[in-house]
Design a protein around this ligand. Structure first.
Ligand code: GLU
Length: 319
């Protein structure tokens, strides 16, 4: 009989700023899930966009994860068999993935400006997702040549007109109808930067990731990514989306909540045990917010205990 594939989890931060407590929570749960199954952990920097990310933030993220007591087997500094582990160094993989889709006849250039894309789109979703109208899908070769003279296009993929069904470990069965919920997505921007959905599927596939743990703001993304995994010839990983941490006022965390950045928490708390305890209590893994290390929390981890609602951490727990 075939051996089951070893569990491989990952944390894939975008080093475009300081980590906040929500990013730390994602890293913690991804680590607990992989390690509690005896699995490996990969740290991948999603520094696709050179204008928005910096190596300094990447180093800071690594340091802060280490401060939290989380370790990883493969990553930029550590190396590993599936490197490089920074997306800025993986352009050849994304070009190859695009080539595969091109050979399948699934790519087309899109000349729409941002304004046009949004004007012709279905109503915006809370996560900024919009459904492309397909305006450039059926341009003739002649029309493409004409437009190419004055504008460099983005590249889109024709996603199949299918329903994608998957079982999220926490939010259970999910169904998305690709034409209604996603439309054709951009895989390379007009400025040549590869798009998140392409990079994340090409990487999770090539790095043999078996489970993806991340904030529930990316739950719908799992649908278009599942379609891309299949087109690229990969078995999609298991998905586990987790609740978000809100500011004490109940908003999504942003830069305004500087006192919930990891660096501020680190300065205030000195050691990570109170933060880990607060996170574990808020998500249902502990009965009281008592301080403990990530390693001490490991035997207490179970997806069945995790609650699904977004969480607010009272400021006094983190003082
Ligand atoms: N890089 C993405 C972020 O920081 C996460 C991508 C993912 O986990 O799939 O939001």
């Amino acid at each position: 009989m075939d051996q089951p594939a070893p569990v491989r989890g990952r944390f894939a931060p975008t080093p475009s700023g300081e980590m906040h407590v929500g990013n730390a929570f994602s890293a913690l749960i991804a680590w607990l899930s992989a390690r509690s199954q005896g699995g490996q952990m990969v740290l991948r920097m999603e520094d696709l966009d050179p204008a928005r990310t910096s190596p300094a933030f990447a180093r800071q993220i690594e340091e802060e994860l280490a401060w939290l007591g989380l370790d990883w087997d493969e990553g930029s500094e550590k190396g590993g068999p599936f490197g490089p582990y920074a997306q800025s160094a993986r352009g050849a993989f994304y070009a190859a993935a695009l080539q595969t889709l091109e050979e399948m006849g699934l790519l087309y250039p899109c000349f729409c400006s941002r304004g046009e894309r949004h004007a012709a789109a279905a109503p915006h979703d809370a996560d900024g997702r919009y459904v492309y109208s397909g305006r450039c899908r059926n341009l003739s070769p002649q029309q493409r040549r004409e437009r190419q003279k004055t504008k460099s296009p983005a590249l889109r993929v024709r996603l199949p007109a299918e329903e994608v069904v998957f079982c999220d470990r926490l939010y259970n069965w999910q169904r998305f109808f690709l034409p209604r919920d996603w439309g054709d997505i951009i895989l390379r921007r007009a400025d040549g930067v590869f798009a998140y959905h392409l990079a994340v599927t090409a990487d999770d596939g090539a790095m043999q990731i078996t489970e993806v743990v991340r904030g529930r703001d990316l739950l719908a993304s799992a649908a278009c990514q599942t379609a891309l995994f299949r087109l690229l010839g990969y078995e999609p990983p298991a998905f586990a989306h987790i609740p978000l941490i809100l500011s004490p006022e109940g908003r999504r965390l942003s830069k305004r909540d500087g006192d919930l950045s990891l660096s501020a928490l680190r300065t205030r708390l000195k050691t990570p045990e109170r933060l880990i305890g607060a996170l574990a209590f808020a998500c249902g893994l502990l009965d009281r917010p008592e301080p403990l290390t990530a390693r001490e929390l490991l035997p207490l981890f179970s997806w069945d205990r995790m609650q699904k609602e977004d969480m607010i951490l009272p400021r006094e727990w983190l003082m």
